[in-house]
Design a protein around this ligand. Structure first.
Ligand code: FES
Ligand SMILES: [Fe+2]
Length: 439
């Protein structure tokens, strides 16, 4: 029993370090699913994934298999992927269209898109005088307690109480605002498939890496250096190299000391923003054409404001990592204490020229895809971290870098000047973790 082994979970988290069991104990993992992932707002998907009535997408929230579905009235519901009759999974495919209603493949109970029971074969003769029928809510598919969307990004919470979505997101809303505002039409559209990677490591290891500004110039140095070499050669030959080389060479040209110049901003609920570093505002003809479409849509001043938003990465704890200037996101779905699924998605800016989409696709393929060395180098470290933590070689994970130098201001914690490689984001995530786990 967890209670006997670890009577007080709060003792596992100190301001600058965390006990290793937090990453390796299966019972702590179960408790995390109950107290964190099955309580808070979890990203389900984008509205454009289910454009037509009956369109659905399956999604995992904590341990619960769920369905995000569009109704005939346009509304999106999030339902448990389970038939209330004998428990059959309602949709076995990852996504599809249910038609005018859901029909269980076992005994043909049917349900409206919002989960309400529609019919049971020979309902009158079969269930007259019983407690089963349309009046009994237990005969309908169960819904997520709360569903809300923000600028087209759909979230669900399996707990009926808690902060509203916008309150929960707080400053991290900038991830979605920045992404959508960069579209001349003010909206993005999902590219309807994603990479799925199963990592053999605890879910928190992935999240902690997202805003770990110390690791890129170590882990991704070899890739960055090779890209930089080629970039220089092309530049010498032709005068300029394609932007895609810069996406990789930045890992070498932004050296370890430069990372300290950036800043992380840490917020309640474990969210965190890393300011920008890639300077993706080149002067190539594609970018110039794109900026013209923005000016047409928003005017010069607003366009400048939009393009001046200087963030590289927004982490929305406990399950989402967004790179808005490049229209990417990664959703984290914990599968077990040492197994984590990440879904890697990218988006089109509505109304932007095709070349701007190709830029997003290039970043998706070169940096975030499982086929790139960048991703592979990270995955190897995640796996090795988990292996090390599962050993008796030490009891603590240290988050002490620049500890004590954080600046608390207006409810957020900023890293001080020249402390960009601070482990403040990890401290902030574990602070939120401890608060959730105490609840
Ligand atoms: S299990 Fe779904 S209708 Fe019987
Ligand atoms: Fe990395």
């Amino acid at each position: 029993m967890l209670q006997e082994r670890i009577p007080d979970l709060s003792k596992c988290v100190e301001p600058d370090r965390v006990r290793r069991e937090v990453y390796t104990d299966p019972e702590i993992f179960e408790l995390e699913m109950q107290r964190i992932h099955e309580q808070v707002w979890i990203y389900c998907g984008h509205e454009s994934q289910v454009p037509k009535a009956g369109d659905y997408y399956t999604v995992q929230i904590g341990r619960q298999p769920m369905l995000m579905v569009r109704g005939a009235d346009g509304r999106i519901s999030v339902l448990y992927n389970r038939c209330p009759h004998r428990g059959n999974m309602m949709c076995g495919d990852r996504h599809g269209n249910a038609g005018e209603f859901f029909r269980c493949s076992y005994h043909a109970w049917t349900f409206q898109h919002d989960g309400t029971l529609r019919s049971i074969p020979m309902m009158e003769s079969g269930y007259a005088g019983t407690r089963y029928g349309r009046d009994n809510p237990d005969c309908s598919m169960k819904r997520a307690a709360r569903v809300e969307s923000y600028r087209g990004f759909v979230f669900a919470s399996l707990a009926k109480d808690g902060p509203a979505l916008t309150e929960f997101l707080g400053a991290s809303r900038v991830a979605f605002d920045d992404m959508c505002d960069r579209a001349p039409a003010g909206q993005v559209e999902i590219v309807p498939n994603c990479f799925r990677v199963i990592q053999h490591s605890n879910w928190k290891i992935f999240l902690e890496n997202q805003l770990d500004a110390l690791h890129p110039s170590v882990v991704h140095q070899s890739t960055g250096r090779a890209a930089h070499e080629v970039e220089k050669q092309i530049e010498k030959r032709t005068g300029s190299a394609p932007l895609s080389y810069h996406m990789l060479s930045a890992f070498a040209t932004v050296t370890i000391d430069k990372w300290d110049n950036f800043q992380t901003l840490n917020y309640p609920y474990g969210h965190c923003i890393l300011t920008g570093y890639m300077g993706l505002r080149p002067k190539d003809p594609d970018t110039v054409a794109y900026e013209k479409t923005l000016i047409k849509a928003y005017g010069k001043q607003r366009t400048e404001e939009i393009l001046a938003v200087n963030i590289h990465h927004v982490l929305i704890y406990p399950g989402l990592s967004v790179q808005s200037p490049l229209q990417q996101l990664r959703a984290v779905r914990p599968l077990g204490v040492d197994r984590t699924l990440t879904e890697i998605w990218h988006f089109r800016l509505k109304g932007a020229p095709e070349a701007i989409y190709r830029r997003s696709l290039a970043y998706y393929n070169l940096v975030n895809s499982p086929a790139t060395l960048i991703n592979a180098d990270d995955l190897e470290n995640f796996w090795k971290c988990h292996q090390g933590l599962a050993s008796d070689g030490g009891d603590w994970v240290s988050f002490g870098r620049h500890h004590g130098r954080d600046i608390e201001k207006d409810g957020r914690v900023e890293t001080a000047a020249n402390c960009g490689t601070s482990e403040a984001p990890m401290r902030n995530q574990m602070k939120a973790w401890a608060q959730y786990m105490r609840a």
